[in-house]
Design a protein around this ligand. Structure first.
Ligand SMILES: Nc1ncnc2c1ncn2[C@@H]1O[C@H](COP(=O)(O)OP(=O)(O)O)[C@@H](O)[C@H]1O
Ligand SMILES: [Mg+2]
Length: 243
């Protein structure tokens, strides 16, 4: 893959936090490229730097050194307005704890990212909402509130919400960590179906080997460094190291 065709690339990215007078190298010099439409797992144990990397890709956090490129654009050179634009047009987010708004219905939660931009949704967007709610299998739950749903159903709402703006990239930080393993696998299957159907690039972190096995591209972290970068070839069960 050439640099230009990557949808996300990190070049010698570091993130250092100061804890009192001690430097914590959360990310200690990481480079990788992800292709458009990739289904990527950022794997690694707790504390290995997964969240820090996702936050830098999501422009929630900025690198201490190195460059993050989203669709060819170096994020550190952008103004606040440009970051907001990039985040609302290109990126969707799914969280471990679902982060739904308790007083809103399923439908309203899914609609929320669109309301943030404009204040109201068009007829076309309403049809898109219906399609998304159907995609995640919650058409008969659309007027329910989050507390009336199971964990798996809540995460389905969050997936539909992340898709509301039809982003090219969805970032999911341990999306299955608060779910039992069967429900977690169903959530990954749903993400995979959307990845195939819409061509959305998914980047999800996990420390669960069964979830890692579902990815086409595995970036494994250890102590803030890339320990493995593998493109899976699921058809023959083998794999190859990514460039
Ligand atoms: N805001 C922060 N201040 C200080 N240290 C941090 C901060 N955020 C993360 N860290 C440290 O950076 C390392 C990587 O954290 P993180 O990216 O959250 O790992 P993971 O998501 O893989 O569990 C850990 O050692 C963590 O304690
Ligand atoms: Mg984390």
């Amino acid at each position: 893959m050439t640099e230009g065709s990557a949808i996300v690339s990190l070049d010698s990215v570091k993130k250092t936090y100061m804890l009192g007078t001690t430097e914590v190298h959360a990310v200690a010099g990481v480079s990788f490229s992800l292709a458009r439409g990739d289904f990527v797992s950022i794997a690694g144990p707790s504390g290995s730097g997964k969240t820090t990397i996702l936050n830098m890709i999501g422009c929630i956090d900025t690198p201490s050194a190195g460059e993050v490129r989203i669709d060819g654009t170096i994020t550190s050179g952008l103004s606040d307005d440009e970051i907001t634009g990039l985040r609302s047009r290109t990126l969707g987010f799914i969280f471990q704890s679902f982060n739904l708004i308790p007083v809103l219905s399923v439908r309203e939660n899914v609609e929320f990212p669109l309301l943030l931009g404009k204040g109201k949704v068009s007829k076309e967007q309403e049809e898109w909402m219906d399609r998304l709610i159907e995609e995640v299998g919650l058409t008969d739950r659309r007027e329910h509130r989050p507390y009336e749903l199971s964990g798996g159903q809540r995460q389905r709402v969050a997936i539909a919400r992340a898709l509301a703006t039809n982003p090219r990239i969805i970032l999911a930080d341990e999306p299955t960590a608060n779910l039992d393993s069967k429900t977690g696998e169903a959530i990954i299957e749903l993400m995979r179906r959307i990845n195939r159907e819409f061509g959305t690039t998914f980047i999800f972190s996990t420390h669960d080997p069964k979830i890692v096995a579902e990815a086409d591209h595995v970036i494994r972290l250890k102590d803030g460094l890339v320990a493995e970068n593998t493109l899976a070839r699921r058809a023959n069960g083998g794999g190859e190291a990514a460039k």
